[in-house]
Design a binder for this molecule. Structure first.
Ligand code: ADP
Ligand code: MG
Length: 735
């Protein structure tokens, strides 16, 4: 770090924010701007608006109310005043003094006291000047210098559009501090700073000069559109966003190109093989299944290793397509592997695969953690000797411990878990690389697919197998549980099966810390926190509500033998009603199950509810999903929205887009995953259009299809990519 005034201690605080170089600092963009050219006068403020105001401190006081300390400051401009209120504001006691000039930003509202007077609750603030800061000239050189510095700083604070930065290091590095540091960094920036974007691209997209973009994004010139600033759409913003997405896409394109150059297998698809992939099918594939299989088969015929992502909503029939691909590999003399995220799923795939493939003479094996050691060893030997054609198991097991005689195709069933494709250890084992097909049941919004999976080809199964009827979804309060149970009973009496899902397995222990909640424990089946849990409700349903029915219980704490046994009984129709947690959300396939009740539906995420609901509506009979909400709790607006959307639509892509909007890209994939790029300027929700352009330009440059891009520019670009972007995106070879 070579900015004046940044020593090792500061450097450390900045590093914690990911700022390790001047360049990083320059990419630390303001998250909003304040118009302090024309700050609002208190007189013109309207209740309900967000406003920035520059005013003077008149009085500052700490009140102690019964519930909490409140800090109240009266700000004034001439005769108008405005109150600033901070709850629990004791820490502000020594901050504000009468006479200070302060910039405030917050929501204006009518004061609860004083008629017609206004207040701002918990405003963001900056102290612009202290009354005793007025300088008296005495010719002291050091003080003169200080005064000059203060003037510069002042000019960064008032009379302009002021950038507001997220503070760092626990408020030690304030927005104001960043303003000063970034201002100095910009002043010291050399006239010519590197720019890896080829000139023709910059011209075509009409990009602003890089250095100027930095200047203007941090310190917008007078006259810059305030609306554009707030929505990150000034030419300066667009330039920096494009740049970030362009290099990301170039990196992904290069990865894709390198992969294409590696030696893979060129499978044959002659009449015999064509016959084989049709022969084992118990039904006619849908048009979408045929189309997708063709896309996969084309990849398999091509010598480059396949890296394809198959997206298909729950129940769209991905497994069949995967098995067809496996048969192509097997008929070519190779082995295939199918990796599932859970044992339940691996077992289910195994049973289905055996049913279809064994009659045609293919040998299918199952490898799961719960097998006896001896048995595992035996199966591994069988695989190593090339006797097993199709190996099915959990991700971990197949990846880590299996030697294949001749692996040709790996199918990864990720359902809605991600990150697996970052580490195909399997592929390193053979001389030539196997083809890889990743299946996911989470529809991935296009923007995310372009960034996260930009190096994969994608296929979409967008048609459900015939005979499915739409699922009817209703939300009801659990006050109406009796009606719901009566309906469930009717369905079961008609020969169907049901799921009842709970958010937790059992009451958690910490609950005893909540003495007021004890009262709720008296409610049937509820934990002390008022949450109905699977184990307790299983007893309740079995003994009180459905004593005449066969009830099963499935949850993550059972060992896998128990889980398997329960699932198998449910599959065979020996259990009428399965009480479960979200363990069933992953791919379980029992077409006779036509009813699902989700209790505490308000507690589940949108993607989760969609996956859960995907367990029903898998056969020809009409299915019902009942989202029961807790009548003792007030639902958040987001929960209301989630439930309403679930009732409104069954379209996985729509649900995924909305989920992304409600949760943001980071949360969308659960925790931040490796492979999910951390963008610092671009925002995938906001910047879709720029992303599309960046992708197109990046593809053109990498493919070499733009003759105007010189060899020299390509070298510069690669150099830029390596020096500035590699570290952040980890655009290194991962397979
Ligand atoms: P996914 O893995 O996409 O959730 P599956 O492959 O498990 O879906 O298929 C869901 C159900 O639909 C299974 O019972 C499967 O046998 C059935 N199925 C798949 N394709 C067809 C088809 N073309 N016609 C009829 N049923 C199908
Ligand atoms: Mg499946």
């Amino acid at each position: 770090m070579y900015v004046k005034g940044i020593g090792p201690r500061l450097a450390e605080m900045l590093a914690a924010k990911g700022i390790e170089s001047v360049e990083d600092l320059l990419y630390y963009l303001p998250f909003r701007y304040e118009d302090r050219v024309n700050p609002r006068t208190i007189g013109e403020l309207q209740s309900g608006e967000m406003a920035s105001i520059i005013a003077e401190v008149r009085t500052a006081m700490l009140f102690r109310t019964k519930r909490m300390p409140i800090f109240e400051v009266t700000f004034g401009q001439g005769r108008s005043t405005l109150k600033g209120i901070w709850f629990h504001g004791t820490y502000l006691k020594d901050k504000f003094k009468p006479g200070q000039l302060v910039a405030l930003y917050g929501k204006v509202e009518k004061s609860t006291r004083g008629r017609g007077s206004l207040q701002v609750i918990q405003p963001q603030y900056e102290i612009l000047a202290n009354p005793n800061e007025a300088y008296q000239s005495d010719g002291d050189a050091a003080r003169l210098e200080k005064e000059a510095e203060r003037r510069v700083e002042e000019s960064l604070e008032i009379g302009r559009i002021v950038p507001i930065y997220e503070s760092a290091a626990n408020q030690k590095l304030t927005s104001r501090w960043f303003r000063g540091a970034i201002f100095r960094a910009l002043q010291n920036l050399s006239q010519q700073i590197g720019d890896g974007i080829p000139r023709t691209v910059a011209e075509r997209v009409e990009l602003m000069d890089r250095r100027e973009a930095f200047n203007r994004v941090h310190f917008p010139p007078a006259g810059e559109s305030f609306a554009q600033l707030q929505s990150a759409r000034t030419p300066a913003h667009v330039r920096l966003i494009f740049e970030e997405l362009f290099f990301l896409e170039v990196g992904l394109e290069l990865k894709r190109k390198r992969l294409r150059a590696r030696p893979g297998i060129s499978f044959k698809l002659d009449e015999r093989v064509r016959g084989a992939i049709k022969k084992f099918l118990p039904f006619h594939p849908t048009a979408a299944q045929k189309r997708v299989l063709k896309e996969i088969a084309d990849d398999m015929l091509h010598p480059a290793p396949m890296r394809r992502l198959l997206q298909g909503d729950v129940g769209s029939g991905k497994t069949i397509v995967a098995l067809q691909a496996a048969v192509i590999a097997i008929e070519n003399g190779y082995q295939a592997a199918l990796m599932a995220p859970t044992e339940i799923l691996a077992t289910q795939h195994y049973l289905a695969a055996r049913r279809m493939l064994e009659p045609c003479g293919y040998r299918v094996v199952l490898l799961t953690g719960s097998l006896e050691q001896d048995r595992k060893r035996e199966i591994r030997r069988y695989i190593a000797q090339g006797n097993a054609h199709l190996v099915i198991g959990t991700h971990a097991l197949i990846e880590e411990k299996v030697e294949f005689a001749k692996i040709g195709l790996v199918v990864v069933d990720e359902q809605h878990r991600f990150g697996v494709m970052q580490r195909f250890k399997l592929m390193k084992k053979g001389a030539t690389e196997p083809d890889v097909l990743v299946m996911t049941a989470t529809p991935i919004p296009r923007t995310l697919a372009l960034t996260l999976y930009g190096d994969l080809d994608t296929s979409v199964l967008d048609e459900l197998p015939p005979g499915r009827t739409a699922i009817t979804t209703r939300r009801v309060s659990d006050e109406r549980a009796e009606e719901v149970w009566a309906f469930v009973r009717k369905q079961i009496k008609a020969g169907h099966q049901a799921y009842v899902v709970y958010p937790v397995i059992e009451a958690v222990e910490q609950e005893s810390e909540w003495p007021d909640m004890e009262a709720d424990a008296s409610k049937k089946g509820r934990s002390k926190m008022g949450l109905k849990a699977a184990v307790a409700m299983y007893d309740e349903l079995r003994k009180k509500i459905f004593p005449d029915l066969r009830i099963g219980l499935l949850h993550g704490k059972l060992d896998s033998d128990e889980k398997d046994a329960i699932m198998r009984r449910f599959q065979r129709g020996e259990i009428d009603l399965l009480v479960s947690t979200t363990v069933i959300e992953v791919g379980v396939d029992v077409p006779n199950a036509t009813i699902m009740v989700v209790e505490h539906a308000e507690r589940f995420g949108l993607a989760q509810l969609h996956q859960l609901r995907g367990r029903i509506g898998r056969g020809a009979a009409k299915s019902y999903c009942i989202l029961m909400t807790d009548s003792t709790a007030k639902l958040s607006p987001e929960a209301e929205r989630r439930l309403d959307e679930m009732v409104r639509t069954q379209n996985g892509f729509e649900i995924a887009e909305l989920d992304l909007e409600l949760r943001g890209p980071g949360e969308f994939f659960g925790t931040r995953q490796a492979g999910m790029p951390e963008l610092r300027v671009a925002n995938l929700l906001r910047d879709r259009e720029i992303l599309e352009i960046a992708k197109r330009e990046a593809a053109g440059v990498v493919a070499g299809s733009d003759p105007a891009v010189s060899q020299e520019e390509k070298v510069t670009l690669m150099d830029h990519l390596k020096r500035h972007w590699q570290r952040r995106y980890g655009l290194v070879e991962v397979g």
